[in-house]
Design a protein around this ligand. Structure first.
Ligand code: TXA
Ligand code: MG
Length: 340
């Protein structure tokens, strides 16, 4: 199949809407990462998404809506907590897990009785949903297991020949996927951290929320998880990534002593000068937002440069950095060396 890569304009948006209405899959920009969109009510459309990504069928998708009226049929009910979160953070990068409504097909939720819903703030995603009137399910637009795409070229690299259309909306703002929170329990649980942080959510709800253990730790084989996405290898470049925890001084010493063919450093900005190996940076040490914005691009760049072993600087585990840490430990397959 030919994959068109088009800038957003009246014709291309109309084409995207028509394809969605016809049960096809379209690559669309959002404020987090690019998504592979298909009609959430149409099982055949959703199967095409799973096929294009090579995604395990037991990993559910997030439903994207453009206004609150669309919630009818998407969810069975909206709890007080969920309502407060929508008022505070929608449109924006927060996915809320709620009881599944009867219009959403089982393929979207991978058979679960709950559904993740978000209202994207990206104007192109918003316009496509609003004009097509299609609530769309959209996982990140990468081949399963690879880093999520934050620009249209990266989507094209993974999806060329697999989907009919990608809308090029430029670089994504956040660079990491939405925060996912379950409101199915009295104490809400963050299943995936993002740029909307635990502290921001607790402020709005006026109570404590939990962070699922799997956010910072590996999941054991056959362990039961709250969110199926936690189980899978993720965000991984071809290279072997190892995280080094400790000061810049200790990091540089370790990397320089372990220099070999194909060794790369994944460091923070301005640290290259201390390293004897090729280095790619992912934002400034003091800017978690920059790190979130640049991490996936940096991981993809390592593949382009044929890196074999990558020693990565370790982000903090608080605020927005927790989202960066969560993605990086998965791309490293949980390999961390503590230098302190
Ligand atoms: O920012 C985002 O959320 C992007 C853009 C495209 O909107 N989408 C995205 O989708 O990251 P995906 O499929 O790559 O990640 C969805 C995550 C998975 O970890 C999945 O397991 C979890 O959300 N999830 C979805 N529905 C769920 C449910 N009903 N219960 C628990 N976890 C769920
Ligand atoms: Mg994904």
């Amino acid at each position: 199949m030919e994959t068109k890569l088009l800038k957003p304009n009246k014709e291309s948006i109309e084409l995207a809407c028509k394809l969605l209405q016809d049960g096809e899959v379209v690559g669309v920009p959002t404020e987090t990462v690019y998504g592979l969109a298909g009609d959430s009510r149409n099982g055949e459309a959703i199967k095409k998404i799973f096929k294009a990504k090579g995604r395990p069928a037991d990993n559910p998708l997030i439903v994207h809506i453009s206004n609150l009226d669309m919630l009818k049929g998407v969810v069975r009910y909206v709890s007080d907590d969920a309502k407060k979160l929508m008022e505070a953070f929608w449109p924006g990068p927060l996915t809320i897990i709620m009881p599944k409504g009867n219009e959403i097909c089982n393929e979207t939720c991978a058979g679960l009785d709950s559904v993740g819903v978000r209202m994207p703030s990206n104007p192109i995603a918003h316009e496509i949903i609003e004009k097509s009137k299609v609530p769309f399910s959209a996982p990140s637009a990468n081949i399963s297991g690879k880093p999520s795409p934050t620009n249209a070229t990266d989507v094209f690299v993974d999806m060329n020949g697999r989907i009919p259309l990608i809308i090029d909306g430029g670089e994504c703002d956040a660079g990491v996927e939405s925060t996912v929170i379950s409101t199915l329990t009295d104490t809400p649980i963050i299943l995936r951290p993002g740029v909307i942080t635990k502290e921001m959510i607790e402020n709005v709800l006026g109570k404590k929320v939990e962070i699922a253990k799997a956010v910072t730790e590996g999941v054991k084989k056959d362990e039961k998880v709250l969110s199926p996405g936690m189980k899978y290898k993720h965000y991984a470049p071809n290279a072997d990534v190892i995280i080094l925890k400790g000061s810049l001084e200790k990091y540089a010493k370790y990397v320089n002593e372990h220099k070999a063919d194909g060794t790369f450093a994944l460091c923070f900005d301005d640290e290259q000068q201390y390293l004897d190996v090729p280095a790619i940076s992912y934002g400034h040490i003091t800017s978690p937002k920059e790190q979130a914005h640049e991490l996936f691009t940096a991981l993809r760049e390592l593949d382009k440069q044929n890196a074999k072993i990558v020693y990565a600087r370790c982000p903090e585990m608080t605020g927005v950095s927790l989202a960066v840490y969560n993605r990086l430990i998965r791309s490293a397959g949980f390999k961390i060396i503590d230098l302190d």
